[in-house]
Design a protein around this ligand. Structure first.
Ligand code: ZN
Ligand code: ZN
Length: 252
């Protein structure tokens, strides 16, 4: 009897505490602040504003094709059809546009790390029907100087839940990135030239013989991915995949 009373009292206190927390800090949409049922999730209105990438898309790089286009079961974009895919497979959750930019830029530069939750969930969703089995998940490294100024690597925040979803370790220290000034609005050739040689595999034993899933927030030209793949394959990796929250998808 006494035990039951104590249990009930504990339950009431715990419910009251939960109610107070929810009353004081209700779950809200990270973008507009509207109430949502699950912490970190987008509200329905914000969710529909994104240009989410589904099928049909390029089988290799995930480039989105118009929905009414019947390209068969293994569609390839012209770049991938000519062997130009930066990695062995890439997927992105949505197209880079005004809406995704407004989610990514504050996340990357203004400490809005709360956005990582819905972004990483969308990235896991983007990988739902691809046949890959990575051994490690690796966020694109940040140069120490940038890490020092920013305080965090946004790609690491996205990579952690993705590594958990695959049940594999996250690798944060096998590749070193040296500092280069910002790439700004350079074209594909200039970006490729600017990124060449910035990555160095410090611990080849960690990547040799492994299938690696790279994680980044945005894919612009794919030059960063291609350069990472080059150094990882030189160090003995057997496959390099990539996933980003959004990607530039110019008309082809
Ligand atoms: Zn919202
Ligand atoms: Zn493609």
């Amino acid at each position: 009897m006494v035990k039951q009373f104590i249990n009930r009292a504990a339950q009431i206190v715990s419910n009251a505490a939960r109610f107070s927390v929810e009353f004081l800090f209700p779950s809200s949409c990270p973008l507009c602040g509207a109430p949502v049922s699950t912490d970190g999730e987008l509200c329905a209105e914000c969710w529909t504003m994104f240009n989410w990438i589904g099928r049909p898309c390029c089988e290799l790089c995930g480039y989105p094709f118009p929905a009414n286009l019947d390209l068969g079961s293994h569609p390839l974009c012209p770049n991938c059809a000519s062997g130009g895919c930066a990695l062995d497979l890439i997927r992105s959750a949505c197209v880079y546009d005004g809406v995704s930019r407004d989610a990514v830029l504050p996340f990357k530069h203004a400490g809005r790390i709360h956005n990582a939750k819905f972004m990483s969930r969308a990235m896991i969703w983007a990988l739902r029907d691809v046949d890959i089995a990575p051994d490690i998940v690796m966020p694109i490294p940040l140069a120490y100087r940038r890490l020092f100024h920013r305080g965090y690597n946004q790609a690491t925040l996205l990579a952690r839940p993705i590594a958990n979803a695959f049940g594999v370790p996250m690798d944060l220290d096998s590749v070193h990135r040296s500092y280069r000034p910002d790439m700004g609005h350079k074209n594909a050739a200039q970006r490729a030239e600017n990124i060449h040689g910035v990555f160095r595999v410090k611990r080849p034993e960690n990547v040799c013989g492994r299938k690696i899933l790279l994680v980044d927030d945005v894919m612009t030209t794919g030059a960063t991915f291609a350069e990472m793949r080059r150094v990882l394959m030189n160090a003995g990796a057997i496959a390099v995949y990539g996933v980003t929250f959004c990607r530039v998808a110019r008309a082809i």
